[in-house]
Design a protein around this ligand. Structure first.
Ligand code: ASP
Length: 384
């Protein structure tokens, strides 16, 4: 029976009901599963993510530390785990140690609790995921440590998001990096699949908050998923794709809240291109010839974000580098070249560029929702 690497995001383990749901999913799998967990996420839109609370607590915010205690204790009590005092006392004693250490403790406590709840072994990610002194991932020692762990243990619960530096101190991945931990596990173990469980059915054709008629895609290639992630599709961390793809391990996106739904299958075997509208914010548009040397260096590094305005002016979309009008890049995958002029009229962008099968529109930030829904109507909903 093949190995399965599973990763559950913060919204899946946000409360005790989430822990129960995740346990049912893991137990249904049976066999050799290695489960990676994020820290508890938001329970409702105005809630705080545990990782944000921990960063605040590290900065000396006593209220945040109190909230952390309350949330973990509530989960422990509801699951009949006794109290979480031992883990929380350890957390209190070490919260000032380093920013990385503090940020990683949400995953650490969460995985410890889940392992006890399920009666599965806990393995600290600090023993598996290795970084060099500059904070770069060391693939080879990481792979070796994961394989040694799997040779000893037929299943395990592992905190996501962090690993260790050569001096033993904790190093985190970028935010959302538990996806990377899960992919590294799947790749090192040549898993049958890497299941990434979140709170949506997988890849949608647009953000459903903006386009309520967004459709679900059942399959996408690794190549296109990378382009979509870089264009702003938020369903997966872009850095988790390469390890699984290189190892030939398919990634499956699944919904913890609707496990019977089909999800999205990501593999090099998928040929078809999917139609999607994504956006990334935090840019501003600057005429290329007005850029200073520093900004020009940034612009050339961002060659993929050089646009041409309707007046033929070359613009760079720089990530908040210069004071300028805040702008977004809206990427429309699947727009036919013949529809470009009509789409330009719908969106009225500052500038446009075409990359293969993707049209990119630079739009003022305050018009991004309109642009996304107009493009979605044109490409996916086929509104005449
Ligand atoms: N807990 C971390 C975050 O909030 C990492 C993760 O969830 O993957 O970004």
């Amino acid at each position: 029976m093949g190995i399965i690497a599973m990763k559950f995001g913060g919204s899946s383990v946000a409360d005790a009901a989430g822990f129960r749901r995740v346990r049912r999913i893991v137990e249904r799998q049976g066999g050799r599963v290695y489960v990676v967990l994020s820290a508890p996420g938001k329970r409702h839109p105005n809630d705080f993510k545990m990782t944000d609370l921990l960063c605040r607590a590290h900065g000396g915010d006593g209220g945040a530390l109190g909230e952390i205690h309350l949330r973990f204790s509530e989960i422990a009590r509801a699951l009949g785990l006794g109290d979480a005092n031992g883990w929380l006392a350890e957390l209190d004693a070490s919260i000032a140690r380093s920013a990385g250490w503090a940020a990683s403790r949400g995953e650490w406590v969460c995985a410890r609790m889940f392992a006890r709840y399920c009666g599965m072994p806990f393995v600290d990610a600090a023993k598996l995921i290795h970084f060099d002194a500059a904070g770069r991932l060391l693939r080879e020692p990481t792979q070796r440590a994961i394989r040694e762990m799997a040779a000893r243990l037929p299943c395990a619960v592992i905190p996501g998001f962090y690993g260790s530096l050569p001096d033993g101190e904790i190093q985190t991945f970028p935010r959302g990096g538990s996806d990377i931990t899960g992919a590294l596990l799947g790749a090192a173990l040549s898993a049958k699949r890497y299941e990434n469980w979140t709170d949506v059915d997988g890849l949608l054709s647009a953000d459903p908050a903006v386009c309520p008629r967004a459709i679900h895609h059942e399959a996408v290639s690794y190549r296109q998923m990378r382009r979509l992630s870089l264009a702003g599709a938020r369903v997966l961390h872009p850095d988790c794709l390469a390890p699984a793809q290189e190892a030939g391990v398919p990634t499956i996106l699944k919904n913890t809240f609707a496990p019977g739904n089909r999800g999205t299958y990501i593999s090099d075997r998928v040929q078809a291109q999917v139609a999607c509208v994504c956006h990334r914010d935090g840019f501003c548009a600057v005429p290329l010839e007005q850029l200073g040397a520093d900004a020009r260096a940034v612009a050339s590094a961002l060659a993929a974000q050089t646009f041409v305005s309707a007046q033929g002016e070359a613009l760079a979309a720089l990530p908040g580098f210069e004071a300028g009008r805040p702008a977004c890049i809206v990427s429309a995958f699947g727009l036919n070249a013949s529809e470009l002029d009509a789409a330009r009229a719908d969106v009225d962008p500052i500038a446009v560029r075409l990359d293969d099968d993707c049209a990119r529109f630079l739009v003022p930030s305050n018009r991004v929702r309109n642009a996304v829904s107009a493009l979605h109507e044109r490409i996916i909903e086929k509104v005449p």
